[in-house]
Ligand binder design. Structure first.
Ligand SMILES: NC(=O)c1ccc[n+]([C@@H]2O[C@H](COP(=O)([O-])OP(=O)(O)OC[C@H]3O[C@@H](n4cnc5c(N)ncnc54)[C@H](O)[C@@H]3O)[C@@H](O)[C@H]2O)c1
Length: 258
């Protein structure tokens, strides 16, 4: 058996949201290294452009585009851009997400906050799935990967909206797997535990880190490369018969905030 072929994405086109930093950036890099042409999208075009330029400089194929996933028109433009630039969409990584960190005092947040969190964590992935699926079906290869969270299965204080939005994302994927399977499209979720990114740094205190590590058998926080490895697994032919699943990448344990 040729193991390289099982991870080979040559000729495939990947679209990543929030690809300018953190887990999204690492996902862009690992997919490009496996041979995919990668559309790096981000609300911050300068960050996306830098990631795309670095991939290109390293011999890969990549292009950057501005996309705020809270804007429906931007999502349409993103898929159009991928098709115009590289011909189709085979892999979609719904990575851009918001919330978490135990900051949602249920008596202080308002409806606008809840709508915003659900818009970025659930509505945008749903719309991108809908937009990308016909191209995936036509091309004969489709894999969608949603970046969910340990919070989708944990119960923690001040996490109800973020946690429930990510739980909905998990459930959306396991249901869409039924709709998309016959179209030749797989859909799975990768659920990071606490992973060292700019977003985590904004909420991490020594106390929170100590609590997380107390529940982490592999006794360290995650690195973005740990999460990107799971993204590559779901994107590549090696997972050809895997759909509707959620893989927690978290060093083992539960990593609750309480
Ligand atoms: N880091 C963690 O510990 C952790 C844990 C669980 C889940 N996650 C999930 O991983 C995903 C990525 O998180 P991260 O920690 O890498 O974040 P990050 O802050 O490091 O990077 C997020 C990227 O998304 C971009 N972005 C922000 N708002 C956007 C928008 N509206 N449209 C498009 N792009 C936007 C930012 O510019 C940035 O480049 C999120 O869905 C998050 O919920 C992260």
């Amino acid at each position: 058996m040729n193991n390289d072929a099982l991870f080979d994405l040559t000729g495939k086109v990947a679209v990543v949201t929030g690809g300018g930093d953190g887990i999204g950036k690492a996902s862009c890099e690992i997919l490009a290294a496996a041979g995919a042409a990668v559309v790096v999208s981000d609300i911050a075009l300068d960050k996306a452009q830098k990631v795309a330029d670095d991939i290109t400089a390293a011999g890969g194929k990549s292009a950057a585009v501005a996309c705020n996933v809270l804007q429906s028109d931007d999502l349409v433009r993103l898929i159009d851009f991928a098709v115009e630039t590289f011909g189709t969409v085979n892999i979609l990584v719904n990575n851009a997400g918001l919330g978490g960190g135990g900051r949602e005092n249920p008596f202080k947040i308002n409806r606008a906050y809840v709508e915003r969190i659900y818009a970025i964590n659930l509505f945008a992935p749903w719309q991108l799935c809908k937009l990308a699926a016909p191209h995936m079906q036509k091309s004969g290869y489709g894999s969608i990967i949603n970046i969910t969270s340990m919070s989708s299965i944990n119960n923690s204080p001040a996490m109800a909206i973020y946690g429930s939005s990510k739980a909905a994302l998990n459930h959306m994927a396991s249901n869409l797997a039924y709709d998309y399977g016959p179209m030749g499209i797989r859909i799975n979720n990768v659920g990071p535990g606490a992973t060292r990114t700019r977003a985590l740094a904004s909420v991490l205190t020594p106390e929170i880190e100590a609590k997380m590590l107390a529940h982490t058998p592999i006794h360290r926080l995650g690195e973005v490369s740990d999460i990107a490895g799971a993204v590559l697994y779901f994107a590549a032919p090696i997972s050809a018969w895997v759909s509707g699943q959620t893989l927690m990448v978290n060093g083992g344990g539960v990593q609750t905030l309480d």
